[in-house]
Design a protein around this ligand. Structure first.
Ligand SMILES: NC(=O)C1=CN([C@@H]2O[C@H](COP(=O)(O)OP(=O)(O)OC[C@H]3O[C@@H](n4cnc5c(N)ncnc54)[C@H](O)[C@@H]3O)[C@@H](O)[C@H]2O)C=CC1
Ligand SMILES: O=C(O)CCC(=O)C(=O)O
Length: 446
């Protein structure tokens, strides 16, 4: 059995595979329309890769489903004395390759299905990046903009208390994701340490002065620029500085990617956040935009950018489109409108299976999330190693090691893309599935 798991690569010919290879686009889309949940969408992509591998059905099911899901209610007394209850989740998808690993998201749209999908993506991401972790994700259904800092801290500490028995330095290691940052990770580390003793390695993305790593804050954006550099090279499209970029989302990932692409000489012609969008055909001055925003002003009020409807950001003409905000933004209708050569998925799950089909049909290359944004968790791994060593690495060292990881991972997925003649997303899942399955099989099932 192990042999067929490891080297088998026969096509199994399921519905998804047939429709992606043979049928017309309209027929394919009508079959895919049933897939609406986030978790099911992720599994659709995964199944397409599984169809290339000769795995027994029971093993496939094991890879498709999470190992543990925890739902809790966080009861918090707000500043005005009222009691609020927040729903929170931690989903542990797979730990065959190492401790569960994945961020914590605070967002009003968080639900169990969303977290399940994001946890699965983490399993495949850590495998693509070849770092010794499994995959998990956590989230709280909350709009953090409506909470005071004190309320946010209380809620975070309640979360730690609720999930502390299933996380740990060698068990499950959370990190930042949307609307969570180094400050939230510091509260997390502090609260966990109260119960379990000093534990800097229980969470990554901490402040640099509090056992965090140099380079972690910029890592996902920096990794994204390394990923684009490798893709451009492989596609003979020139250099980072030769391209026009559009970026949706100007938070941690989007703003760092914009900064580094701009520093490399690229033209960032349009950017957006949750509240608005701006454009400048000659390229925005990203340094000035970041200074503008750090003085408390909105992105949309930046004087050197023309206002743009934020709904129009993704279809703005460019060479490289970088969704760096929420999931599910490129469905079939939006995919039909894009005016770019490549989509580089810095966000998790920005393209739906239906959107993906339209992009393939249009010849638009997609660099998938499980590779593109893997720089964040890679430097989280470096932070964890530094915590275990109790030793701080130089920032140059972190960035050099990150570059190496992104470059090696690209080589692995590009090789499968060429050899199996599959899209880059399927190639990334094939690479990840082979690594996770190898670990599952060699650990055994007793
Ligand atoms: N922070 C990290 O290290 C990593 C983040 N990611 C993914 O990258 C994406 C962005 O994460 P972060 O930058 O950390 O979050 P963030 O909270 O720092 O920034 C999110 C940005 O997206 C914008 N946004 C939110 N909803 C939007 C909407 N409906 N339309 C347009 N813009 C919207 C926000 O205004 C903000 O500019 C997420 O999908 C996250 O899962 C992936 C890997 C690691
Ligand atoms: O840094 C990490 O551990 C995980 C970041 C994350 O949540 C992600 O890559 O989606």
């Amino acid at each position: 059995m192990a042999r067929s798991l490891l080297i088998g690569a026969q096509q199994m010919g399921s519905a998804v595979c047939r429709l992606l290879n043979g049928q017309g686009l309209a027929a394919s889309l009508s079959q895919l329309r049933h897939a609406s949940s986030h978790a099911e969408n992720t599994n659709k992509f995964l199944r397409e890769a599984l169809n290339r591998l000769d795995y027994p059905e029971k093993l496939q099911n094991l890879l498709l489903t999470p190992r543990r899901e925890m739902s809790v209610e966080l009861v918090v007394q707000m500043d005005d004395g009222q009691i609020e209850v927040f729903n929170a989740y931690r989903v542990q998808h797979n730990n065959a390759r190492g401790p569960y690993k994945g961020g914590l998201r605070y967002h009003p749209q968080v639900d169990l299905d969303d977290v399940r999908s994001l946890a699965s993506l983490m399993t495949w991401k850590t495998a693509v990046m070849d770092i010794p972790y499994g995959g998990a994700k956590g989230g709280v259904t909350v709009d953090p903009r409506k909470l005071s800092e004190r309320e946010l801290e209380k809620m975070t500490r309640k979360l730690v208390v609720a999930i502390k028995e299933i996380i740990g330095t060698y068990e499950d290691i959370p990190a930042p994701d949307m609307n969570t940052d180094a400050k939230v990770m510091a509260w997390f580390f502090d609260e966990y340490s109260k119960y379990k003793g000093f534990s800097p390695g229980v969470v990554t993305g901490k402040p640099v002065y509090l056992h965090g790593s140099l380079g972690r804050e910029a890592a996902t954006g920096r990794g994204t620029t390394f990923a684009i550099r490798e893709l451009l090279k492989a596609m003979h499209m020139g250099k980072l500085g030769d391209q026009k970029y559009v970026i949706q989302g100007f938070g941690n990932v989007g703003a760092w990617a914009a900064q580094l692409l701009w520093e490399a000489g690229g033209k960032v012609v349009a950017v957006s956040d949750v509240a608005g969008a701006i454009a400048n055909e000659n390229g925005l001055d990203i340094g000035a935009l970041r200074r503008h925003m750090s003085s408390g002003k909105t992105l949309a009020s930046f004087p050197d950018g023309a206002p743009l409807r934020k709904e129009d950001i993704l279809a703005f003409p460019c060479d490289v489109l970088i969704p760096a905000a929420i999931g599910g933004v490129i469905g079939p209708d939006m995919a039909a409108k894009l005016q770019c050569k490549v989509v580089v998925e810095a966000a998790n799950g920005p393209t739906t299976p239906e959107g993906d089909l339209v992009l393939r049909d249009r010849g638009i290359t997609v660099l998938p999330d499980i590779y593109t944004n893997g720089g964040g968790v890679t430097v989280s791994f470096f932070e964890w190693v530094q915590n275990l060593q109790n030793f701080k690495w130089e920032e140059e060292d972190v960035n050099r090691k990150l570059d190496r990881k992104m470059t090696d991972a690209f080589t692995a997925l590009w090789t499968v893309h060429r050899e199996m003649a599959v899209p880059l997303r399927t190639a990334a899942f094939v690479v990840a599935l082979q690594r996770v399955t190898r670990a599952e099989v060699h650990r055994g099932f007793d």
